[in-house]
Design a protein around this ligand. Structure first.
Ligand SMILES: [Zn+2]
Length: 874
């Protein structure tokens, strides 16, 4: 920049506008003067860009104005002026400048498109439409060969604004622009923003990233990328925001995004701080005030203040839908779906065409359980914009769900694929009914409307219904208050978890969210749900293990109760998320044990009244600092009580090489209670089928860590050793210990029912089959064994139930199953018995016992119509 008229910030700071004004060129200018002016422009546009990117909006607006007035020929000054006026919210000046710019640079496409965009942003529709017309005329008069890459991008943007097909725009303008000038930033910005507008976040991220390859630290591209990651990767999005703010501490978009992230993480004070700079730049910033309104609702519980803030946001343009959209969007993320719906409908009143409002409204409606309305809104978006990814996916989901079975009771609407319904639909309803009875009574809730519960066979469908986008891998279920969504246990996404425990957990959210009118911090809601899981079944819920022990004793990882939401909303890893669930459930357990049910319920009541959690805890349980301290102490005690006699040291690699068997054995001789060495050595012994030695160490593991269950526990290793030694009783005993502590131990349950059946322990079979089915209801073997066990134990209904499921799943021996059903049903349901018998005989026409039974059935007196059999789950 050497030699530029103003090249450094310091120089600029000293530049008085009066001095500039005195430099105004006197027309007509000579050719020589024009050259000088051009050289001046060439040298100064880049420093001006830097100034703009540093957030010096006022100065940019003023200097650009001065340069324009003194006749500097470059159209860039207009672009700078328009953008700065836009950022500052100087709408009147902007309209005037846009009109002038469109006259002075009537054929400059980049100037014209900037005019159009800033005018549109402030609702100046007529003026903007005129400019669009002008662009059209210019384009017609400018042969393709004369168009620069920037011209093409400008034309592409204009075409999009005029409603052209995005695919054609990309082919006709944006791709050729890229070809012509691969480095041009405008192209990446246009492509990225187009993808963002279509909710195609993956594509948007790719475009912005490609742009950043050419423009390393460009704030506009970074900002685009940060928005592309907004809902999928908070950490990355926040990192980008911080990078932008390092270069421009006033970047309004970055501050707004930061505030939104903080609001989502329930960090309201931080959000408030983040909003300040944006409002400093434009004291009437529509979205800045929109987010202030959100804080008035979520943090302060002051609806009047929220209304005032909203009004302030609408000051520059009373019909601006952006204010209500950002309020609605943020409230929806904060689980305040009803209010979100109201704001999004308000946005649509102001601008009935706003697709952004419709997309967010669709999500809010889904979460409120208003599916029919949501499908309709999604269709409106699709009809207006065939490229909107979210609306498109919702269309696919709608088609898929048309085939779902719907069961309606006064309390529940259950929607699930027909196959799921046949296999576990009755069990799901039974469990939900029980959950409603138990939990509503406990939390003093009268649920006066049915709860919508849906199961999805594919993770994608679950994600689209739950989050609006793909993603959310590893999440088993979700709850929004009156809506529960679940991954079907037949899908891989269920990951062999206990779906019954998950359903209980999600329904518990229904209760606590309803009781608090959705005014509940995430951690408390999760904590209660996990806690209630373990109250319903001690093998559900979560228990201390080696990794939680380590995390509890690490001061950095154990989150103070007063900051627990953060542990969920900005976790470091998936292990940290799991730990947050565990810690929250322990917090609930501790609060209940220490302060009692009554005070705990009073805290929930306070939340319902709009108090913040820490205030409510302080009112009923004690000062937050003290609670944090006492709870941390309690957690440490819990951790220390887990395998207290165990030696938890993990030796360095140099001390013991984990690959060296002899070294581990030697270390174990010297440190017989070392859990790390014990586990490693036992696993290796088991793998090497050294059963006797393995069993000895497994027993020591059990002795040291009796509460530890799972694949790496002494119980599992010991069971494997007993199995190797063909000592089935010992094996079953160990598996029972494991299963007792781990409701998701499908391997243990599977083997247990096998062993019990072989030992004719029918009671054991009938106890463990339902547990196995609560993990994998689509296996056939458990139903076979259940039928056998139930019949032997004289429980005909349960046997019929199991055989009917088996018929549905396609039994390996259909003749036998049909015959058994005929036999079992003959007294209760003659017609059904005959049907099954005929099915059996159709497959095996010479089946003697079948013929015999048929004769018996035919000779029996025709009875009155029997009641339909609806056997319950054993
Ligand atoms: Zn949950």
């Amino acid at each position: 920049m050497a030699g530029a008229f103003w090249s450094t910030q310091a120089h600029l700071a000293g530049l008085s506008l009066a001095a500039c004004a005195s430099l105004v060129l006197i027309r007509p200018v000579s050719a020589q003067e024009l050259d000088v002016a051009r050289v001046f422009d060439e040298r100064n546009i880049e420093p001006m860009r830097e100034l703009y990117q540093q957030g010096e909006y006022e100065r940019v607006a003023e200097i650009a104005k001065v340069f324009i007035e003194r006749g500097q020929p470059s159209p860039e000054w207009w672009i700078f002026r328009l953008k700065a006026c836009h950022d500052l919210g100087r709408v009147d000046e902007l309209v005037q400048a846009a009109n002038e710019a469109a006259q002075r640079h009537a054929k400059e496409l980049p100037v014209l498109i900037t005019c159009h965009e800033v005018l549109t942003a402030w609702g100046k529709k007529e003026e903007a439409a005129k400019i669009l017309q002008q662009i059209n005329t210019v384009a017609k008069g400018k042969p393709t060969s004369q168009r620069t890459a920037r011209d093409m991008v400008a034309l592409g943007r204009a075409a999009l604004a005029a409603g052209a097909d995005p695919q054609k725009v990309i082919q006709q303008f944006l791709d050729p622009a890229k070809k012509k000038e691969a480095k041009l930033k405008d192209t990446y910005l246009a492509l990225g923003e187009l993808a963002l507008a279509k909710s195609d976040y993956a594509r948007a991220a790719n475009e912005f990233r490609d742009g950043l390859k050419h423009h390393d630290a460009d704030p506009d591209l970074r900002y685009g990328l940060a928005r592309a990651f907004q809902s999928s990767d908070r950490k990355k999005s926040m990192e980008l925001v911080e990078q932008i703010l390092q270069g421009n501490a006033l970047h309004p978009g970055a501050h707004l995004l930061k505030a939104e992230h903080h609001i989502n993480a329930e960090e309201y004070d931080e959000a408030r701080l983040a909003l300040e700079p944006a409002i400093e730049v434009n004291s009437n910033h529509p979205e800045g005030w929109g987010l202030r309104a959100v804080l008035s609702i979520l943090q302060d519980n002051k609806p009047k203040d929220a209304e005032e803030a909203r009004k302030q946001g609408l000051k520059l343009w009373a019909q601006n839908p952006a204010v209500d959209i950002i309020i609605g969007r943020s409230l929806s993320r904060g689980y305040r779906f009803k209010e979100a719906e109201e704001h999004l409908r308000e946005a649509l009143k102001l601008d009935p065409q706003s697709l952004s409002a419709k997309v967010h409204l669709c999500q809010a409606l889904f979460r409120l359980g208003k599916e029919d309305e949501a499908w309709k809104v999604a269709k409106e978006v699709r009809d207006a914009d065939g490229y909107n990814v979210q609306a498109y996916n919702i269309g696919l989901l709608e088609a898929e769900m048309k085939g779902f079975k719907v069961r309606e009771t006064p309390d529940f609407v259950l929607k699930l694929p027909a196959k799921d319904d046949a296999v576990y639909g009755d069990r799901a309803l039974e469990l939900l009914t029980e959950a409603k009875q138990v939990l509503c009574a406990k939390y003093g809730l009268t649920l006066d409307h049915p709860v919508l519960v849906e199961f999805f066979p594919s993770q994608q469908d679950f994600a689209i219904r739950t989050f609006g986008n793909l993603g959310g891998q590893g999440i088993l279920g979700a709850c929004f208050g009156s809506v529960v969504t679940m991954n079907s246990p037949q899908g891989v996404a269920s990951n062999r978890s206990n779906w019954e425990g998950t359903l209980w957990h999600e329904f518990c959210h229904v209760v606590t969210l309803t009781v608090t009118h959705n005014r509940m911090p995430r951690w408390l809601s999760e904590g209660i749900s996990v806690y209630e899981e373990s109250k319903r079944d001690p093998s559900w819920g979560m228990r201390m293990n080696a990794s939680y022990r380590r995390m509890t004793l690490d001061e950095e990882t154990l989150t103070p109760m007063s900051k627990m939401s953060r542990a969920f909303l900005s976790p470091k890893s998936s292990e940290h998320v799991m730990f947050a669930y565990y810690e929250s459930s322990q917090a609930v357990d501790w609060l209940l044990k220490t302060y009692g049910e009554k005070k705990f319920q009073a805290v929930l009541k306070d939340l319902a009244d709009g108090r913040r959690i820490n205030e409510a805890l302080a009112r009923h349980c004690g000062k937050v600092e003290k609670l944090d301290e006492d709870f941390a102490k309690h957690m440490r005690k819990l951790a220390e009580a887990f395998a207290p006699k165990g030696d938890w040291e993990k030796p360095e690699r140099e001390e013991v090489d984990p690959r060296n068997e002899a070294a581990i054995a030697e270390y174990l001789r010297e440190h017989p209670n070392n859990l790390w060495a014990l586990e490693l050595r036992t696993r290796r012994l088991v793998a090497g089928e050294q059963w006797t030695e393995g069993l000895e160490l497994a027993k020591r593991l059990i002795e040291l860590a009796p509460d530890n269950a799972g694949e790496n526990s002494g119980y599992h290793f010991a069971a494997q050793c007993f199995r190797g030694m063909k000592q089935t009783e010992g094996e079953a005993a160990m598996l029972r210990e494991w299963a007792k502590r781990d409701g998701g131990a499908h391997e243990a349950f599977l083997r247990l029912v096998e062993l019990d059946a072989a030992a004719k322990n029918w009671k054991g079979v009938s106890e463990n089959v339902p547990k196995l089915l609560s993990i994998q209801p689509f296996l056939k073997q458990p139903y076979e064994l259940m039928a056998q066990a139930s019949e032997t134990l004289g429980n005909k209904d349960a046997a019929v139930w199991a055989l009917q499921k088996l018929i549905f799943l396609g039994p390996d021996h259909p003749v036998e199953v049909n015959f058994s059903l005929a036999r079992l049903l003959r007294e209760k349901d003659d017609a059904a018995a005959k049907r099954h018998l005929l099915d059996a005989l159709a497959e095996a026409p010479r089946f003697r016992d079948g013929h015999k039974l048929l004769l018996e059935l035919q000779s029996a007196k025709p009875a009155g119509k029997p009641p339909a059999v609806t056997p319950s789950v054993p």
